[in-house]
Structure formats: C-alpha cells, structure tokens
Design a binder for this molecule. Structure first.
Ligand code: ADP
Ligand code: MG
Length: 299
C-alpha cells in the first residue's frame, strides 16, 4: 500500500468514527443499534444508512395514510437486518401498506372498483333484506357447485342503483379468490376507457386476461356509451371466447336484459339491432337472470 493510500484510509476511518460519535448523541440511533446487537466496529460503517432508517421511521410516526407518505419508497421503510455480522437493508411495508397488501391477498383482482367493493365478503353480507334472498341463495349454490363443476352458468344480476349488486358479486368473487381461483372484476365503463387508451400497448394482454380468467364480472354493463368498437371488437370477442370455453361470466346492470339490448343497439350515429341481438344471445347463454328489487344502500 502506498503511503498516500494509508493516509487516506486513516482519514476515512477517523471520519467514520466522528460521524458515529455524533450520531450516538441521538437516543433513537442508540436504541436502533442496541436492538440490532451489532458490534461497534460494524455499526460504524453503516452510520448514514441507520440515520436514513431513523429518519424514515420518524416520517411514519406523523403519517396518517399512504398518500401522506414522505419516504422515498412510498409505503416502505428502509430497515436493517443483521445477517452473520453483515447488515442488510430491506424495504419493509408500513402498517398502511401492509393493510393494502392483505386486502389484495384476500380479494379478487379488481379494476376501478371502490374500497367498499374490494372489501366485500360473504360473511358480512347483510341477509335481513328479504328481497335479496333469492340472489344470495343463488350465490351460495354457485359457490358450492363451482368446486365440482367449473363450467356452470354465471349470473346477470340487475336492479336499481345502490341495491347491492356489485357488493354481492364481489363477496362471492373474493371468497373464490381466497380458494385460489383466478377471479377478475372490472367496472365496465372504466374498463372500456382504459382499453381504448391502452390500444396498441397492453391491449392484447388485457384482452387475454379478460377472455381467460376463471371467473369474470363485468360490473355495471349498460352504463357505458356504446361504440361499434366496444361492442363488436371488445365485448363480443370476450363473450364468444368465454362461451366457447364455458367459463363462468357475471354481469351487473341497472338495465333489464331487454333494456340492455336496446342500449347496445344504439351507437352515436347508428342503430344496429343485429349486433346487439348477437351480444344478448351470448349473455343469455352464459347466465341466469335475477332481479333485485331493494332500497338504495348508498347513504
Ligand atoms: P349497486 O352495485 O347495486 O349499485 P353496491 O353493491 O355498490 O350497489 O352497494 C351500495 C353500497 O351498499 C356499497 O357501499 C356497499 O358496500 C353497501 N352494501 C351493498 N350490499 C351490502 C351487503 N349485502 N352487506 C353490506 N353492505 C352492502
Ligand atoms: Mg354497482
């Protein structure tokens, strides 16, 4: 080693020591290295990284929700772990991020649905309202039968706004997702917007997912503005595939099936009854039809 290198090395060591002694004036720093049980000569090398951890933990103390997060990696803390005298730093999920992760683990893949729907569960379904019992009974039967037959019919569940259609089907889907099935729920009007925007990029992959999911729910069909493209290229393609493969497919709508037929026939500058009829025939083959007549639960 050259003389200058030795000198540099010594300088570096004394800087490390200085930083370390300075950092030890902070009780949180001392608490952290005591907890990790590392020797001082090892700890000295990681002073600035430990300080980053402490700074991130302090951010967490005053944080109220994920959107408040001030850490560089949103929802995570850079946290040390001792591995045979070497210190590794992992990104550990904060309590808010962990909650999100748990929700995802226990629920279906959902696109554009609000949290109340993402959290729906069969055990929380309110069974007091008699008007909804036929639908609930249908769901329970489906849940039992699906285990032994993967090619049973889905449901076209319609009724007025806020009567709990999305909630009920999300509860069933979440239950089946916990059992390991690949379930997909899409808020249909928003799905179309996103497919249109992704055209040429993720469009093919997204369509593949919609076609092949074990169970698919198109939530709120009839609330979209119909175009020839959305009806004949998107919806027709998905339904044709799922019908051929006999994959359970579900819909919720504020419209009866006849009203949906009328809705699908009308695009901005055309009326095409034949194309609409073709879709309706697919839906009828894919589903049973149940209406819920019930109060609006959105208060
Ligand atoms: P719809 O899809 O028919 O318009 P939603 O399923 O969105 O109605 O239900 C409206 C609100 O009522 C949601 O906030 C949902 O969380 C709640 N809700 C609906 N059904 C139930 C239920 N069976 N048990 C508990 N909460 C429910
Ligand atoms: Mg809904």
């Amino acid at each position: 080693m050259k003389v200058e290198d030795k000198f540099d090395n010594k300088n570096r060591k004394s800087d490390l020591l200085k930083d370390y002694v300075e950092a030890c004036k902070d009780p949180s720093f001392v608490k952290l290295i005591t907890k990790l049980k590392v020797k001082e000569d090892v700890a000295k090398k990681y002073t600035s990284k430990f300080q980053r951890t402490i700074c991130e933990l302090n951010n967490c103390k005053n944080c109220k929700c994920l959107d408040d997060c001030k850490n560089p990696s949103k929802g995570y803390v850079y946290y040390p772990r001792v591995d045979e005298n070497i210190i590794q730093f992992d990104a550990i999920a904060c309590k808010y991020m962990q909650k999100e992760i748990d929700i995802k683990k226990n629920s279906s893949k959902m696109l554009y649905e609000p949290a109340s729907i993402r959290l729906a569960s069969m055990k929380d379904v309110d069974k007091k309202d008699k008007n909804r019992l036929p639908a609930i009974k249908w769901l329970i039967d489906f849940y039992k039968n699906y285990k032994s037959d993967k090619h049973i019919k889905g449901l076209y569940l319609h009724g007025s706004f806020g009567c709990g259609k999305s909630y009920l089907l999300a509860a069933l889907f979440n239950e089946l997702s916990k059992d390991g099935y690949n379930t997909l729920i899409c808020y249909y009007p928003e799905l179309l917007r996103s497919l249109r925007d992704s055209f040429g990029q993720s469009f093919d992959a997204d369509m593949e997912e919609l076609k092949t999911a074990d169970l698919l729910l198109l939530d709120d069909i009839g609330a979209e503005s119909v175009t020839a493209w959305s009806r004949d290229e998107v919806l027709q393609t998905i339904l044709q595939y799922r019908m051929d493969e006999e994959l359970p497919t579900f819909f919720t709508s504020n419209l009866t099936i006849d009203e949906l037929e009328r809705h699908l026939s009308e695009t901005k500058d055309n009326i095409d009854k034949v194309k609409a009829r073709r879709i309706i025939e697919r839906i009828k083959q894919l589903t049973d039809d149940i209406e819920i007549v019930s109060d609006n639960r959105r208060h």
